[in-house]
Ligand binder design. Structure first.
Ligand SMILES: *Cc1c(COP(=O)(O)O)cnc(C)c1O
Length: 361
């Protein structure tokens, strides 16, 4: 049957779009929410500020609101293929649990998520609750949750879907494919927030795969950014009690430490730290000037780019892609802290007009 234009426009998710690049076969049941194909937006204000060509890869547009869906679609499809009697398990600062819970629900598999008792953003928890995962609040950090999840998977019928599961990294590399497919070549620099460091590892792998297949002429420098209170890769030492407003990157002992260091070294890139103040300022700027509402962790990458520009490390004219990793709706509490400028009025038009500072004509 001849394919129609309309049919070819029906995006059916990453596994369908990038099957030859992924560890799936014809017998893998595809568990998809049609993730991927996220907007790649030209950022006019950031481009003007930096004298560069800046693009935003808006990963908050994925089905559960973060890039985690790219990895989880592959991990849960493989889990359904190879161990359909297992429970899906992950440790999470919130987004992995939302994604794992959603894809497990779609696959008809039970899921349990381990989250730190404190500091999980409300929207992320609301998602895991509604998708029906068993939520275990651990009186400890993300790093404690991951250690326990790994121990559980060694001794119980559970499939661990953290980024220590290589299927996660395989799925997450597809963002590099989408970027090259859209721009025609790799960018000069790719900026992203770094927490457990799975994503920087995966994206570097994706750029490397496309370059090896001559689908791009080169690979970008990888610029990773951590929060100053949770910057083990910058300090070169584990952080026992990581602290930051950017809860998705509040991680003291990244599982993909070596992958992050390789991505930095092989690409001639950098990993540096930004303060919570810089993160929150970039968080507001991104929404107000680019119209993109992202969660604080995502803003770390924008804060980092602006800081490097301020230090004079950014040559003019570079083509830069920033992973905008998660949706701002996930963390309504941070949005409402300082900056709620709403005004209350009576239900009278004149009072509303006055509250809006409108003059009558
Ligand atoms: C998971 C996550 C990160 C960090 O990614 P890592 O792979 O853990 O380095 C950053 N931002 C958001 C929104 C995330 O969900």
């Amino acid at each position: 049957m001849a394919s129609t234009t309309a049919g070819s426009r029906h995006w059916q998710g990453l596994i369908s779009a990038y099957r030859p690049w992924l560890p799936v076969s014809d017998s893998t049941p595809v568990v998809s929410l049609h993730e991927g194909n996220t907007p790649l937006l030209r950022a006019e204000h950031l481009s003007a500020l930096t004298d560069c060509e800046v693009w935003l890869k808006v990963e908050g547009a994925n089905p559960t609101g973060s890039f985690k869906d790219r990895g989880i679609t592959v991990a849960v499809s493989k889990a359904l293929e190879t161990s359909p009697d297992n429970t899906i398990v992950c440790a999470s600062t919130g987004n992995t649990s939302a994604s794992a819970a959603a894809y497990a629900a779609r696959a008809g598999l039970p899921a349990a998520v381990l989250v730190p008792r404190k500091n999980v953003a409300l929207g992320k928890l609301a998602q895991a609750v509604r998708y029906g995962a068993k939520i275990i609040k651990v009186d400890g950090s993300f790093d404690d949750c991951l250690r326990i999840a790994r121990e559980l998977s060694a001794h119980h019928p559970v499939t661990l879907v953290n980024s220590v599961n290589d299927h996660r990294l395989a799925g997450q590399q597809t963002v590099a494919f989408e970027i090259i497919d859209a721009l025609g070549d790799a960018p000069d620099i790719h900026c992203l927030p770094v927490g457990n460091a799975g994503n920087i590892t995966a994206i570097w792998r994706g750029y490397t795969a496309y370059a090896a297949a001559h689908l791009s002429t080169g690979r970008p420098r990888m610029w990773g950014f951590q929060a100053a209170g949770a910057a083990p890769l910058v300090n070169g030492a584990v952080v026992a009690r990581p602290q930051t407003v950017a809860n998705a990157i509040q991680i003291g002992n990244p599982a993909s430490w070596d992958g992050a260091v390789s991505a930095r070294e092989e690409s001639g890139g950098l990993i540096s730290a930004v303060t919570d103040e810089q993160i929150l300022s970039a968080y507001r700027l991104l929404a107000r000037r680019e119209g993109v509402f992202a969660e604080p962790a995502s803003a770390a990458a924008i804060a980092g780019l602006l800081a490097e520009h301020g230090r004079g490390r950014l040559d003019a004219g570079q083509r830069i892609v920033i992973t905008v990793s998660g949706n701002g709706l996930k963390d309504p509490e941070t949005s409402m802290l300082g900056g709620d400028e709403s005004v209350e009025t009576s239900p009278r038009t004149a009072d509303v007009a006055q509250a809006m500072n409108l003059t009558s004509s």
